[in-house]
Ligand binder design. Structure first.
Ligand code: ADP
Ligand code: MG
Length: 146
């Protein structure tokens, strides 16, 4: 599914729409440059899931955890994963990224040196700047009804 949005609000709305199709075990890999709208999209997903932030996240430096009526939604931003003080195992990434009971959205998945085997769907969402300061092209791959 591919859309062009013309404001942050429209990207949030697209996130809400995608949220309707998500299920436990889904892993969303969000790819695109800084400012392309990945975090804005995640806010739409959280809204769509009626999710509320869980303040007790253990890996708070890279992760925000949310509760929603059917489970847990996790938002990871791995931009700083190249920092040598951040260790993949210590951060709990193997467990977090293979948790089949949660919905997980990851910004900067390119920072991962490996991916662990998992059963759930992998949904790739690619963000590009469009023509004009507020235009973004967003493509979601891996949902059943592409
Ligand atoms: P990223 O997480 O990819 O770095 P953010 O979502 O944090 O990006 O930031 C996107 C920035 O671009 C915000 O300042 C937002 O207001 C602005 N923006 C302008 N147009 C759009 C759009 N169509 N979709 C998403 N964000 C937009
Ligand atoms: Mg971001």
């Amino acid at each position: 599914m591919r859309v062009v949005t013309n404001s942050a609000e429209e990207t949030t709305v697209f996130g809400k729409k995608i949220a309707e199709q998500l299920q436990s075990g889904d892993l969303l890999l969000l790819k695109g440059d800084l400012g392309a709208g990945k975090t804005t999209f995640v806010q739409g997903i959280a809204e769509g899931l009626s999710a509320t932030k869980n303040p007790t996240s253990p890996s708070f430096t890279i992760m925000q955890e949310y509760d929603f009526p059917e489970g847990i939604f996790r938002h990871l931003d791995l931009y700083r994963l190249d920092d040598p003080t951040l260790d993949t195992e210590t951060l709990g990434l193997p467990e977090l990224l293979t948790d089949e009971t949660a919905i997980t959205a990851v910004e900067w998945p390119e920072r991962l040196k490996q991916m662990w085997e998992r059963k759930g769907r992998t949904i790739e969402v690619i963000f590009h700047y469009g023509v004009g300061a507020s235009a973004r092209e967003i493509e979601a791959l891996g949902l059943d009804n592409n």
